[in-house]
Design a protein. Sequence first.
Length: 433
Amino acid sequence: MITRYSRPDAVAIWSQETKYKIWFEIEAHAATKMAELGVIPTEAAQAIWAKGKDATFDADRIDEIESVTKHDVIAFLTHVAEIVGDEARFLHQGMTSSDVLDTCFAVQLARSTDLLLGGVDRVLAALEKRAKEHKYTPTVGRSHGIHAEPVTFGLKLAGYHAEFQRAKRRLITAREEIATCAISGAVGTFANVDPAVEQYVADQMGLSVEPVSTQVIPRDRHAAYFAALGVVASSVERLAVEIRHLQRTEVLEAEEFFDKGQKGSSAMPHKRNPILTENLTGLARLVRSAVTPAMENVALWHERDISHSSVERGIGPDATIHLDFALHRLAGVIERLNVYPENMQKNLDRLGGLVFSQRVMLALTQAGVSREDAYAAVQENAMKVWRGEGVFIDFLKADARVTLPHDELEALFDLGYHTKNVDVIFARVFGEG
């Protein structure tokens, strides 16, 4: 995790303090249910909660113990015993380390996803506001980076809004899949821990139970989770790349906000660079870098091994913290995006009406000209414009193959024709009204 690209709320989820608090809660909830089942004394469970619930677990002390035990959960339990006292011997009855580690990881991922969903909601709100603001702002649509046909800037943003609606659904599904609890003991058979303990801990921690946990929660869940994060990161990048292209000097249809006192270059004082969206492209790469290792973690040996552990200690905080940061940075860019309708119109007019070529071709076919002949006539005249030889409509009027009356031909260059279904598309994205 890179501090520069992190928000405090996201970092806190992965702190040692938070981790040990979750570990204690898992152990203490398990003890409560075991006491109810008569496995351990009720007084012991009560003492564990009373002495441990407000305790500060000393990460340095746990590290010191682990330097000897070479086992993090044993080191933690040893430290808890130093705080709780004799009753601590009733902790971890019939449990295995993965019961604590995997259940804690599920809690941290679920909490992180709640933050990610908040970030997506902010992006959605920003996109909706700016899309409606520019619902009918005409701009050129591009394919292969080349002028195609007119669209509106609002339609561009509405498309991204629809994409981030899908991102939200993906995160909700990913959260549901990852938020599972395993308290099943060694090799997952519940031989030494009652399944009712697992259900109780799951309920208390806001999780569902893992149907078959072997000795770990199956890593296909985690693979799907990080894959979902990777897709969301790619959506972030797609919008970031669009803004970067639109900010190019030759285009300048939209631009990141540039604060008073901000500097664009150490060498060139005139520069206004798309640094935020370029940063988002990089952060998306970081988030996606977690996907392949998560996939490779699925194939563990038999009932468990720990080849996944070192990977997840890295990708868990890194992917969630960086995506959380990216979503809020993206929302800020959209909220303060400088939009230049005049430049959009200027670029739209740059090719002198070539963007209406399809409509001319279709009108010719409807007037009785074959599609092949209509295409050839329109294309030949369009190429003259590309070469800078004159005006498109003038060439069309002078071409005997273009049999349309001049007033009908001129009507085909109506920008409103291309925006007549904007309301239909907006209703699909934002609902009626």
